[in-house]
Design a protein around this ligand. Structure first.
Ligand SMILES: Cc1ncc(COP(=O)(O)O)c(C=O)c1O
Length: 395
């Protein structure tokens, strides 16, 4: 578990490292964008995969009782959430699940609510099905923290065409862990207006205060009956390329309908390597995860204190969850386009543009901190040098 050890990811067909030219128009940027990690997965996962690979046959694969048990234990131990084996529905990814749920549980004239700024595919899974997208913009308060605008949310939920709200819990990119009070208020509004809840909880394990994340379905019986909880070991253990997610659906009717659409597109069969990696990560990866969180937090604290000390024009708050830093560059007074050009061409750092998460996030950037400390230091040194130049030019 030496997270300082660099792993060369170039020429591994890595989206983050090998697609910078396509993404940024430059191949000399330090890639700190796509949400995967630069670290090798837990040793126990590598070992389990080795054993499976050595077997040599990779035919159609079952979701075993042992696989389900690993998920059940993890949810119980990490999130105090009791789930039943039959609630677990495999899906090749969380985003495919969001898309299928919108397709099956809404009609073309229906509305789907999302809380912006948010992970860009939330927009696509609604718009690509021709459903009406309704935004419930998060409020950025004077302390630089995001809050839910409940008045606006109730207005949206009360529309009779509103059928689904997609929550991001914890929220990417702003890094909030929603509190019990916030989630309960959402749950009671959804009950009142009879709206289904899709809770994307893919970042749930990446929290900096143990036990702070509350699975939406654990709030109440009604919340369990109207929700789809999208989970995966993919962000937590860096196995996103293995295409394995688990959608937890307590309501039999909703689950049957979801299962039917998975079958329709022939998407319901787990892959042998995805199954092995997910099960071994949940069974044996806990200690690795705790060490990872400490390391990533260290990266974030380093970046925050560097920025405070050397680049006071920029603001950064530590997130409650995710390995992503949400950085406020508005103090530079650049347009979104100028800021992007400055970071790519002058600082040579590849981050995700705030505007890709929502029009209310222009001037922000998302920086992936699941990297070695040396990469974080290199990023700060590049940024500082570019800012120093910029100060000279503008003064
Ligand atoms: C909120 C959220 N949902 C889903 C995903 C991706 O899920 P998957 O790769 O399982 O489709 C991401 C990846 O960054 C994410 O941040």
């Amino acid at each position: 578990m030496n997270f300082d050890l660099p792993v060369n990811r170039t020429r591994t067909a890595s989206v983050k490292w090998d697609y910078t030219l396509g993404q940024f128009g430059a191949d000399d940027v330090l890639p700190m964008w796509v949400a995967d990690m630069d670290f090798a997965v837990p040793p126990a996962v590598i070992e389990a995969l080795h054993t499976r690979v050595k077997h040599g046959v990779f035919g159609y694969t079952l979701q075993t009782e042992s696989y389900q048990e690993a998920i059940i234990n993890w949810m119980q131990q990490r999130h105090s959430w009791n789930i039943q084996p039959e609630w677990i529905q495999y899906c090749p990814g969380v985003v495919p699940a969001l898309s299928l749920i919108v397709e099956v549980f809404t009609e073309p004239e229906d509305q789907v609510i999302i809380q912006t700024p948010v992970y860009p595919p939330f927009y696509n899974v609604v718009k690509d099905h021709g459903r009406e997208l309704v935004q419930n913009p998060l409020i950025l308060n004077e302390q630089g923290d995001y809050e839910i605008d409940f008045e606006d949310l109730e207005r949206s939920l009360s529309n009779e065409r509103a059928k689904i709200i997609i929550l991001c819990s914890p929220h990417n990119p702003i890094g909030r862990v929603w509190t019990q009070a916030e989630l309960s208020r959402i749950a009671s509004l959804c009950e009142q207006y009879d709206v289904l809840v899709v809770s994307d909880e893919i970042h749930a394990d990446l929290i900096y205060e143990p036990g702070s994340h509350i699975p939406f379905a654990s709030l109440s019986e009604d919340a369990a009956m109207r929700s789809f909880i999208c989970t995966a070991a993919s962000k937590t253990f860096n196995i996103a390329g293995l295409n394995t997610a688990n959608i937890i659906i307590a309501n039999d009717t909703l689950r049957r309908r979801f299962h039917k659409v998975l079958k329709r597109y022939a998407l319901g069969t787990i892959t042998p390597l995805g199954a092995v990696a997910t099960e071994s990560a949940y069974r044996e990866g806990g200690e690795w995860l705790d060490a990872l969180l400490t390391y990533v937090r260290g990266n974030m604290e380093y970046v925050q204190s560097y920025i405070q000390q050397h680049i006071p024009e920029i603001k950064v708050k530590l997130p409650q969850a995710t390995y992503l830093l949400w950085i406020d560059f508005r103090g530079l007074g650049m347009s979104d386009e100028e800021l992007n050009r400055f970071l790519v061409q002058k600082a040579k750092i590849g981050m995700n543009r705030g505007s890709s998460f929502g029009t209310n996030a222009e001037g922000f950037m998302r920086m992936n901190m699941a990297c070695t400390r040396a990469t974080a230091e290199e990023a700060m040194s590049r940024l500082h040098a570019a800012i120093t130049e910029w100060r000279k030019e503008t003064n």
